[in-house]
Design a protein around this ligand. Structure first.
Ligand SMILES: [Cu+2]
Length: 420
């Protein structure tokens, strides 16, 4: 039976205001959003959106995907020419329920052929979305129909399978989440985060997909800090985060202040007896990893990739190592040619953050973001898990108000406070 409720839309709208995210329903207007009484907690794709669907007469859930070029903001101050699903990278998250029949129309507005692969999903071979092998390529201007019944649950992905280097390298990826018919336990907050890396020559705006190893922009849902939306949860919430990766690199994602369990991969659920506590989960290309934890301790906790260059923005790879090198003489000599020249890197790169140095056009500073105690000195794959005690605090998700006496501070060596 067809059931249309506005609840889902209102929930998404509330969440979007809550997390300062924009939800774009490009193909279907809000009155046509088809929802049903949800047997699950809806997934939030920070900085992204959920794909709307309609129900066909025969009960199939119908989704429309248009793949084509789009402008995408990595963070304020940097916009790239990407290839997107429904105008977004990652594409809107598809959510369905085990047992659903899905019918997905894919229209190609790229300048070359494509196909969409449904990563990890059990389906008839001809629906697998590999151009040339399992279907004809979708030519520019053509629309193809995919249709299959969902026989499993978990965190899966959709991405192009045809000129992958260019198409995925420019952003064609998205989550395909299948909820079980009945959740074994309630999850309070459910987030989905795509990991990716790009190479954008400083001063330009089109990612270079030919790059094999030397990337310079690292993103959560195609956004770099300080452009990443925070994950806002309430103390005691049972939180799920789903990570996906179809990039070139592996990303060890670390969360401060808590430990979590890896509960599922794109291969299925991990039995409870095989789960173990972790603080970092490595997500390799072609994998999804789903973690769960209870947010026990209020605060502003970093969530970031632990590769040292990945919570950073564009940096020059030809920067010489000047750590510990006295550059006073160099500085004076260069100043005769370039007035006001400053020698950098002698004491680390943090001074770049402190001095608010400006780089080339359309290029993010290497590290950025201002916290309540000063510059945060991060970029790239970095966001903040904001755990709050009360609904009031959740609404005004500013900086965490630390209880008096619980913040590290400057003291005398003998332990007394004050000027040293
Ligand atoms: Cu990384």
């Amino acid at each position: 039976m067809r059931v249309y409720f506005l609840t889902r839309f209102i929930t998404m709208l509330t969440l979007s205001i809550f997390l300062n995210q924009s939800y774009v329903y490009s193909e279907v207007n809000s009155e046509r959003i088809a929802t049903q009484k949800l047997p699950f907690t809806p997934v939030v794709t920070p900085n992204g959106s959920t794909m709307p669907w309609t129900m066909a007469e025969d009960g199939a859930k119908v989704f429309y995907i248009t793949v084509g070029p789009c402008k995408h903001e990595i963070a304020p101050g940097m916009t790239i020419n990407a290839w997107c699903y429904n105008g977004q990278t990652p594409g809107p998250t598809i959510e369905a329920i085990e047992g659903d029949r899905v019918r997905i129309f894919v229209t190609n507005k790229l300048p070359e052929q494509t196909a969409v692969h449904w990563h990890g999903i059990f389906l008839p071979n001809g629906m697998d979305g590999v151009s040339g092998l399992t279907q004809k390529g979708i030519q520019p201007g053509e629309t193809f129909k995919y249709e299959f019944t969902l026989k499993q649950h978990g965190t899966f992905m959709y991405h192009s399978h045809g000129d992958e280097m260019v198409q995925m390298g420019l952003g064609t990826m998205g989550f395909f989440i299948i909820h079980p018919k009945k959740e074994p336990y309630k999850i309070d907050r459910d987030f989905a985060i795509f990991l990716n890396e790009w190479f954008v020559e400083p001063g330009t705006s089109t990612p270079n997909p030919n790059i094999m190893t030397d990337f310079n922009i690292f993103t959560f849902n195609s956004r770099a800090f300080p452009g990443t939306a925070p994950l806002v949860v309430k103390t005691g919430d049972r939180v799920r985060i789903r990570f996906g990766n179809v990039g070139q690199e592996s990303h060890p994602i670390h969360i401060h202040g808590l430990n979590f369990k890896v509960v599922a991969t794109d291969g299925g659920d991990i039995p409870e007896s095989a789960q173990f506590p972790e603080t970092t989960i490595v997500v390799f290309p072609g994998q999804t990893r789903t973690i769960e934890f209870v947010a026990n301790t209020p605060g502003d906790w970093p969530v970031h990739c632990h590769r040292r260059h990945h919570p950073m923005n564009a940096m020059g790879h030809e920067v010489p190592n000047m750590i510990g090198v006295n550059q006073d003489d160099v500085k004076d000599n260069v100043r005769t040619l370039v007035p006001g020249y400053m020698a950098m890197g002698e004491n680390g790169m943090d001074e770049m953050t402190q001095m608010n140095m400006k780089g080339p056009e359309n290029t993010l500073r290497m590290m950025d973001g201002q916290g309540q105690f000063g510059p945060i000195g991060m970029g790239g794959m970095f966001t903040i898990l904001k755990v709050r005690n009360t609904n009031e605090e959740l609404k005004n998700s500013g900086w965490y108000k630390n209880p008096p006496g619980t913040v590290a501070e400057s003291v005398h060596r003998d332990g007394e406070k004050g000027e040293k």
